[in-house]
Design a protein around this ligand. Structure first.
Ligand SMILES: Nc1nc2c(ncn2[C@@H]2O[C@H](COP(=O)(O)OP(=O)(O)OP(=O)(O)O)[C@@H](O)[C@H]2O)c(=O)[nH]1
Ligand SMILES: [Mg+2]
Length: 562
């Protein structure tokens, strides 16, 4: 049985039969259509008084018949035989329309989303007749021919109205071969930076966030994508009271996203919030492009950064825990859509493995992380035996924690203007003048992974061995990048994460960093809101004397009995 797509309500069985028979037609490969086929389509469409759309492959076989416009009958991206910015899909559509006017924007958009070879639109006269000896005629008034163009200024080219003869005499092969050669050239030109993902960011502003929070979040996401190695080509946004349950953004926006992605040759769409497995599936099916969420980008950065065995172990655990509830159905779409951000790291090869295998793996990883935790706590115990007070550097990612550790202790921890430059904790000895006795005082200071707004829970759990360095320290230095426009919300995020830790961390001192980049108003505001804070510039070594003094005071306070 051949399926007829679209709205079949009210169609008689004889009419359905006529539509089904279209599947048996074979068209020549080198022409868009024959006049006979077009007239026959027009006759059926006139009889049922509805548009009809027929999809034909390069071999001239009819692969889909639908009642409705190209928009209403379109083939989901993942069902197209081939897909990608470097070529056309190998499918053309011939569609009838009852009115005599140029094809609608919606029809052209549908063409672009499916990367159709061409879209031929037949506008109908409203009547016609059957010739003696068979064959319909007189049903078609004029025709239009549309196809995609590879230039950045325009998405498609639409012909002026032309006769059916002119349409059926078009050299189809010459047209698509020429277009594909151009698409290929354009694609190669865009691939100069080929190992970077070409990314479209999508932000959804819901009613529970302020415009500022929303913008800060999007900017941070752009930095995360950049850090992960992607190239943000475009950012699109929508305002909705709450996310659409199936597709996060509304239906029209999904179309717009798909079209923009097609036009720009994007190979990855990143959403600024966490997505359910079903949402990812729906979005990928409708756009034909891989879709990942913010957490996946963060996990990808961690996967790229992880150096030590412990780091790799914890990243793999985080990836597995993230993946487990998302296993169903993702594998197929993923393999179809290629690699890049979100597919790297130790977890990658296990994607196809069945759930139970993953559960076993998680259990094993959990055990190893427990061992790691035990090992770290033994090290800490040794230190405590030696009565060396400990402090931990905490703060938002990129605040300057590692830079500060380096200038205080002459360490050589990797620092960079990147998010999550540090994953593995580093502990160093620090000798400072004792604030009370003025003698040399020994303490140890630990630098560790930075925090971020809404740190993914799977990372929180996986990195518990690392984060324990924070909760087990006698006191904390909370480093803040005061030159960052969102410094206040970054402080709140860090405090929120600290308060969620299973063990309450010790007392903390706020250290405002990057003073060399801060304007007077911000300084006044920060002093007002945090009168106890210390102000420094780690890179310019400003304020370090005061900081050493205040660290000593903090340690005395933290370890004072009672
Ligand atoms: N202008 C200025 N830049 C600074 C200062 N301190 C650090 N930086 C820069 O800020 C960036 C981040 O510094 P890191 O020390 O790597 O930051 P971090 O807090 O360890 O970051 P993560 O490990 O990613 O969490 C680097 O490019 C540093 O050079 C400062 O006082 N002033
Ligand atoms: Mg660091």
């Amino acid at each position: 049985m051949e399926t007829i797509y679209g709205n079949l309500q009210g169609l008689k069985s004889s009419q359905l039969k006529q539509l089904e028979k279209l599947y048996h037609q074979r068209l020549p490969g080198d022409h868009i259509t024959t006049a006979e086929f077009a007239q026959r389509l027009a006759a059926i469409s006139t009889e049922i008084n509805q548009p009809v759309s027929v999809y034909i492959n390069r071999r001239g076989q009819v692969i889909r018949v639908g009642v409705g416009t190209p928009r209403q009958t379109q083939i989901p991206a993942l069902e197209l035989p081939r897909y990608g910015a470097e070529r056309l899909s190998g499918i053309r559509c011939i569609s009838t329309q009852l009115k005599s006017e140029a094809p609608s924007e919606a029809a052209l958009t549908a063409m672009a989303m499916q990367r159709l070879d061409v879209l031929a639109v037949l506008s109908l006269t409203g009547g016609g007749f059957e010739r003696r000896g068979g064959g319909a005629t007189g049903y078609i008034k004029e025709t239009y021919l549309a196809h995609l163009v590879p230039h950045p200024e325009a998405i498609w080219n639409l012909s002026p109205p032309m006769s059916l003869d002119a349409l059926s005499n078009q050299d189809f092969l010459e047209l698509v071969d020429g277009l594909e050669a151009e698409f290929q050239r354009e694609f190669v030109a865009k691939q100069v930076d080929s190992d970077r993902d070409r990314v479209l960011l999508v932000g959804l502003m819901t009613q529970d966030m302020t415009p500022l929070q929303f913008q800060d979040g999007l900017e941070e996401l752009a930095r995360l994508v950049d850090t992960a190695g992607g190239q943000v080509l475009e950012t699109m946004q929508q305002k909705r009271p709450r996310p659409h349950p199936q597709t996060v953004v509304g239906e029209g926006k999904v179309q717009e996203i798909a079209l923009t992605a097609q036009t720009l040759g994007v190979n990855l769409i990143v959403f600024d919030r966490d997505l359910s497995p079903a949402q990812v599936r729906n979005l990928e099916t409708q756009t034909g492009i891989r879709v990942v969420d913010r957490t996946e980008v963060i996990l990808d950065i961690f996967a790229q950064r992880a150096q030590s065995g412990a780091g790799k172990l914890q990243v793999e655990l985080a990836q597995m825990e993230y993946m487990l509830p998302r296993l169903t159905g993702r594998g197929q779409a993923m393999s179809r859509l290629g690699g890049g951000i979100g597919t790297r790291g130790p977890g990658e090869t296990k994607l196809e493995t069945e759930r139970r295998g993953i559960q076993r793996r998680i259990a094993r990883l959990q055990q190893q992380v427990n061992q790691l935790q035990a090992h770290r706590s033994r090290l800490r115990l040794q230190r405590q035996h030696q009565d060396v007070p400990s402090i931990a550097l905490v703060g938002y990612t990129n605040a300057g924690k590692s830079t500060l550790l380096n200038v205080l202790t002459n360490a050589e921890v990797y620092t960079a203007d990147q998010l999550f430059a540090t994953l593995d904790p580093t502990t160093r000895r620090l000798v400072i003048p004792d604030a009370v006795t003025d003698e040399a005082q020994q303490i140890v200071i630990t630098d560790t992974v930075g925090f971020i707004h809404e740190l993914p829970p799977s990372l929180m759990d996986a990195f518990r061995a690392t984060l324990e360095e924070v909760t087990e320290a006698d006191a904390l230095l909370h480093v803040v990048d005061l030159s960052h426009p969102a410094w206040q919300s970054q402080i709140r995020s860090v405090m929120a994460i600290l308060s969620e830790m299973p063990v309450t961390p010790g007392p903390s001192l706020i250290v405002f960093n990057k003073m060399d980049q801060v304007d007077g108003d911000t300084l006044v505001l920060a002093k007002e809101e945090f009168p106890q804070a210390v102000f420094i510039s780690a890179s310019d070594r400003l304020g370090l004397e005061t900081l050493r003094y205040r660290i000593s005071q903090l340690v005395h306070y933290a370890i004072a009995p009672g």
